[in-house]
Design a protein around this ligand. Structure first.
Ligand SMILES: [Mg+2]
Length: 220
C-alpha cells in the first residue's frame, strides 16, 4: 500500500537505513556490478564479462550475510583494496530526492534519529562525508558493530540493548523487504519501504509494507 502521511505525533524514534533509503543505491550497484568486475579483471587476466558473471553469482550466494556487507571480507577474498576502489567512483554517491529535507524535518520535529545500516563503517564514513549528513543523526549504528546484519533478530536485540526506545513509537524506513520483515518480527511498530532505491532503475512493486517512492510523499 502506498502511503501519503505518517502519524508523527505518535512517533518518537526514527530508524533510517542509508543505502537505497537516504542515498541513491546507484552508487553501490555501479560499484559492485561494474567497477569491481573491471578492476578485478585487470588483476586476474579474466575478461570483464567473465569476472562480472562470476562475481554476481558469488554475491548472490552471500546475500544477507554479514560478510556480504563486509569490505574487509571482499578486500581479502578478491585481493583488491575495496575502500580505495570506492574512492575512485565517489562522485557517484548522492542523496535520494528530498532526503536532506526529510532529515531537517525530523530534526525540526525533535525526533530521535538513528542511522541503522548494514554498510561497513569504512564505506559509510566515505558516503557520510561526501553527502554531509552526519550531523542529522543522534546515533549511528553499523550492523558490523553487533556482528549481525539487520536481517537477523540479534541485530535488533543488540540495538535495543544499546539504545532504549519504545517499539510502538518507532518508525523504520528501509528499501529491503527482508530487513523490514526482520524488524516487523522484532516488533518495530511502524515500517515503510522505499520503492525506488536506485534512481536509475524502475520502482519496485508495492510489497508487504506501507511504501513510498520519495520522501516528498510524506512531507506534505
Ligand atoms: Mg538499503
Amino acid at each position: 500500500m502506498k502511503i501519503t502521511s505518517l502519524d508523527w505525533v505518535n512517533l518518537d524514534t526514527v530508524l533510517l537505513d542509508l543505502d537505497g533509503t537516504l542515498l541513491d543505491l546507484h552508487f553501490d550497484n555501479y560499484f559492485w556490478m561494474t567497477h569491481v568486475p573491471k578492476r578485478w579483471a585487470e588483476i586476474t587476466n579474466g575478461t570483464e564479462e567473465e569476472c562480472r558473471t562470476y562475481l554476481l553469482k558469488t554475491y548472490e550466494d552471500m546475500r544477507g550475510t554479514l560478510d556480504w556487507y563486509c569490505l574487509d571480507y571482499w578486500s581479502d577474498r578478491l585481493q583488491l583494496d575495496i575502500v580505495a576502489l570506492k574512492r575512485e567512483v565517489l562522485e557517484k554517491v548522492g542523496l535520494r530526492p528530498d532526503a536532506d529535507r526529510f532529515l531537517r524535518f525530523l530534526q525540526g520535529q525533535n525526533k530521535e534519529v538513528i542511522l541503522v545500516t548494514n554498510g561497513h563503517r569504512d564505506g559509510m564514513d566515505l558516503k557520510l562525508a561526501k553527502t554531509g549528513i552526519t550531523g542529522h543523526f543522534d546515533k549511528i549504528v553499523s550492523s558490523h558493530d553487533y556482528r549481525a546484519p539487520k536481517e537477523q533478530q540479534l541485530f535488533w536485540q543488540r540495538l535495543k540493548e544499546e539504545h532504549a526506545f519504545d517499539n510502538s513509537r518507532a518508525l523504520f524506513l528501509d528499501d529491503n523487504q527482508s530487513v523490514l520483515r526482520s524488524a516487523q518480527i522484532f516488533g518495530i511498530g511502524h515500517l515503510v519501504q522505499i520503492l525506488q532505491p536506485d534512481l536509475q532503475q524502475p520502482s519496485h512493486e508495492v510489497g508487504d509494507f506501507p511504501a513510498i517512492e520519495h520522501f516528498a510523499e510524506i512531507l506534505n
